[in-house]
Design a protein around this ligand. Structure first.
Ligand SMILES: [Fe+2]
Length: 379
């Protein structure tokens, strides 16, 4: 017997939208229709429907979309069910409000069937990852708690218990960073960008510790910074596909929205604080916020200059800028290693810390090796 179909709630009073979305998704999903806000709320409250995703038309009779989003946000049933907003027109302010209120994506209509399928499948996958992460977090906390409990019965020393707890937390943090980074990779065009940035970051940190002791980077912080680098683009999860995947030149407003991935990423991290140790939270937050700052103050979001940019972000910024050059995007092909290396050294991607640029130069062979080892399959 085949696997049973999952349900998608489609809330719209537009016959055309209903027909287009149903056609796009009916091979894979059962469509549950709602023609207004009241029916939508009834459908999400019906626990017998095993919803995988909800698609809500912005134009709703008798209830506006923000009221619906707000009710959904309060519903425990909707915690792992992504909500996609469809709209014919939507200004930046309302788009931002939809995302802030919990929409997983915004699709502008009319839209191609492939785009709907892609968005639905990506949003469902993202929520599944988040659910998996939370389950892992709770099981690791239980494990750590159990180990603490064993110790209180006198079977282990306090030191052993503390170490076991720390190991469980480190393991969780490493896994969490990788999984969340992988999620963000859905928004980049490279399968291995996060891995390469992590390895290049680690290698630059090691050189910095060995050759520039006055940089005050602690050897024991290298793994934290390397793991935290996985979060650099996590805010892109909150930027709509229409902008992230746009193959044409972005408008200034769209570019501003892309730039907001730095600050939005930090808001996400603020909400996930309980899953990170203090050190990991500190590094992931500063990397996320400041990895697009440049040493001469020409970066964003705060135009920080020189050593005012946190060291971890100075390191990740050069690793990210270099690897972005070697990655295919919607608007250009990947650039080959020697050319990308020269562009970084010649300042074509903005100015980086002279000390870290020196480390980058010293690591040229290692970086080439990392780029080859973790090359994207299609590159
Ligand atoms: Fe970024």
């Amino acid at each position: 017997m085949g696997e049973s179909k999952r349900f998608i709630l489609l809330s719209t009073c537009s016959f055309k939208l209903l027909s287009d979305v149903s056609k796009a998704l009916s091979d894979e999903y059962e469509i549950v229709k709602a023609i207004d806000g009241a029916q939508t709320i009834r459908a999400i409250s019906d626990k017998s429907i095993n919803l995988a995703c909800a698609i809500i038309d912005l134009n709703q009779p008798n209830m506006n979309v923000f009221q619906i989003l707000s009710l959904m946000k309060k519903s425990s049933v909707m915690k792992y069910i992504p909500v996609i907003i469809m709209a014919e027109t939507l200004d930046d302010e309302n788009a931002e409000k939809c995302l802030e209120d919990g929409a997983a994506d915004i699709i502008m209509t009319p839209v191609a069937a492939a785009k709907i399928r892609f968005s639905v499948s990506r949003c469902i996958q993202n929520k599944m990852y988040i659910k998996e992460l939370e389950e892992k977090a709770s099981s690791s906390n239980e494990k750590a708690g159990t180990k603490s409990g064993d110790e209180s019965e006198g079977s282990k020393s306090v030191g052993d218990s503390e170490q076991a707890k720390q190991e469980a937390i480190s393991e969780l943090e490493h896994e969490f960073a990788n999984m969340l980074g992988t999620l963000a990779e859905f928004r980049n065009f490279s399968k291995n960008h996060i891995k390469r940035v992590r390895e290049i970051t680690k290698s630059l940190c090691e050189t910095l510790v060995s050759f520039f002791p006055d940089s005050n980077l602690l050897k024991e912080d290298i793994e934290y910074i390397a793991d935290a680098s996985c979060y650099h683009d996590v805010g892109k999860l909150l930027i709509p596909d229409d902008i992230i995947l746009k193959p044409l030149k972005l408008t200034p407003a769209e570019f501003d929205m892309i730039k907001s991935h730095t600050t939005k990423g930090c808001e996400m991290l603020d909400n996930l604080k309980e899953f990170q140790s203090e050190k990991m939270f500190h590094y992931s937050w500063e990397i996320c916020r400041y990895h697009h700052e440049r040493y001469d103050g020409k970066g964003y979001p705060e135009k920080l200059q020189g050593e005012n940019i946190p060291l971890s972000a100075q390191i990740v910024s050069i690793a990210d800028a270099f690897d972005a050059l070697m990655t295919n995007t919607t608007y250009r092909k990947a650039i080959e290693f020697e050319k990308a290396y020269s562009m970084i050294m010649d300042g074509e991607c903005g100015m980086f810390s002279p000390r870290i640029t020196q480390c980058f130069k010293m690591n040229k062979d290692k970086i080439e090796e990392i780029s080859r080892k973790y090359a994207d399959p299609y590159a």
